[in-house]
Design a protein around this ligand. Structure first.
Ligand code: NAD
Ligand code: LMR
Length: 329
């Protein structure tokens, strides 16, 4: 086992996602069995007592890879020297709310956290935003951290990506491992575009294999895009274990890379690729090598996909304008 622990910050650590996420990270699911991890857990003051209880449970697991845990309510202390930051802490939406309704409530959290990361995080910091509205919260954090390279900020669309793989696999009766090159474009919201035209099933084009445009447009896309709301409706609370699992998948891929012949979906700062306005944090197909992501280039976008991508990007531009109006970026 290497000796220097990787410092992983998690915000909202006493919340629902935290309760699943922390134990996965501590057990080695993020960085593997040979890398010790030091957890840095940020909460608001009233939640610190509950967080102490979670830390007692972490202790009780005696995880060999868990080298230490620090908790606190001061971001500049908790983020000091961190290598990975998983920004989960935010208010989740309830029944009937759209994720955009959370802009004002949650936007205020990510400006100070961006500033704190800018001040005290390690030089190799990588930031993943899970808290909703994730893309725009990542934009706020990035805009408030001028000394951290913009490519170190990302937002989670891996849950949507995993949902899309699972829905397609169930439709075709194949294992999820047969599905490659899934893409979520745009915002982690109901406007997101899960794209089957570039995905592959057992090496063949997914849209052609499905061969049913009505299912693709009328069932697949809305099922994936509205899955978060369906879970809230069923559980009375937003997805938590699956969100934690996707957060691990996202951060692990960012550290370890993508396998040959596949890619993942990550919301990252647009460089203008595929006509997505530069500067927005939008989901793209990406490959990762040596800890750096690259947007997959050269995919043909037909009129159907163009319309869907443009609609989601327009929503991101609206969210950006709204947080600009609130003085958050
Ligand atoms: P939760 O309410 O159970 O937990 C949120 C925690 O964040 C609470 O413990 C709260 O005290 C804490 N918190 C609030 N403000 C904070 C701050 N300034 N600093 C640190 N901690 C703070 O919610 P949850 O179910 O764990 O969900 C967390 C967020 O993740 C929500 O915004 C939810 O909508 C989002 N989410 C995103 C995805 C995704 O795919 N991107 C999926 C599921 C949930
Ligand atoms: C999800 O996709 O499950 C989360 O973003 C929770 C939500 O608000 O939908």
């Amino acid at each position: 086992m290497s000796t220097t622990p990787v410092k992983v910050a998690v915000t909202g650590a006493a919340g629902q996602i935290g309760y699943s996420l922390l134990f996965r990270i501590a057990s080695g699911a993020l960085l593997g069995p040979d890398t010790p991890v030091e957890l840095r857990l940020l909460e608001i003051t009233p939640a610190l007592k509950a967080l102490e209880g979670v830390v007692m449970e972490l202790d009780d697991c005696a995880f060999p890879t868990l080298a230490g845990v620090q908790i606190g309510d001061d971001a500049t202390k908790v983020f000091d020297g961190v290598n990975l930051a998983l920004l989960v802490g935010a208010r989740p939406r309830g029944p009937g709310m759209e994720r955009g309704d959370l802009l004002e409530a949650n936007g205020g959290i990510f400006a100070p956290q961006g500033k704190a990361l800018n001040e005290v995080a390690a030089d190799d910091i990588k930031v993943t935003v899970t808290g909703n509205p994730a893309n725009t919260n990542a934009l706020i954090a990035m805009s408030n951290a001028p000394d951290i390279p913009t490519e170190r900020f990302s937002a989670l669309t891996r849950l949507d990506h995993n949902r899309a793989i699972s829905q397609l696999a169930a439709k075709l009766g194949v294992p999820v491992t047969e599905i490659k090159k899934m893409t979520i474009w745009g915002n982690h919201s109901a406007t997101q575009y899960p794209d089957l035209f570039h995905a592959e099933v057992s090496g063949k084009n997914a849209a052609e294999t499905v061969g049913d445009q009505d299912w693709l447009a009328g069932t697949f896309i809305p099922t994936v895009a509205k899955r978060g709301a369906a879970i809230i409706e069923a559980r009375g609370a937003s997805s938590a274990a699956s969100a934690a699992s996707a957060t691990i998948d996202h951060a692990r891929t960012w550290v370890q890379g993508t396998p040959d012949g596949d890619w993942v979906s990550m919301a990252v700062r647009s460089d203008g690729s595929y006509g997505v306005q530069e500067g927005l944090i939008s989901s793209f197909p990406v490959t990762v090598k040596d800890g750096q992501w690259s947007i997959v280039q050269g995919l043909e976008i037909d009129d159907f996909s163009r319309g869907k991508i443009d609609a989601s990007v327009a929503e991101l531009a609206e969210e950006r304008d709204a947080v600009k109006g609130l003085g958050l970026i």
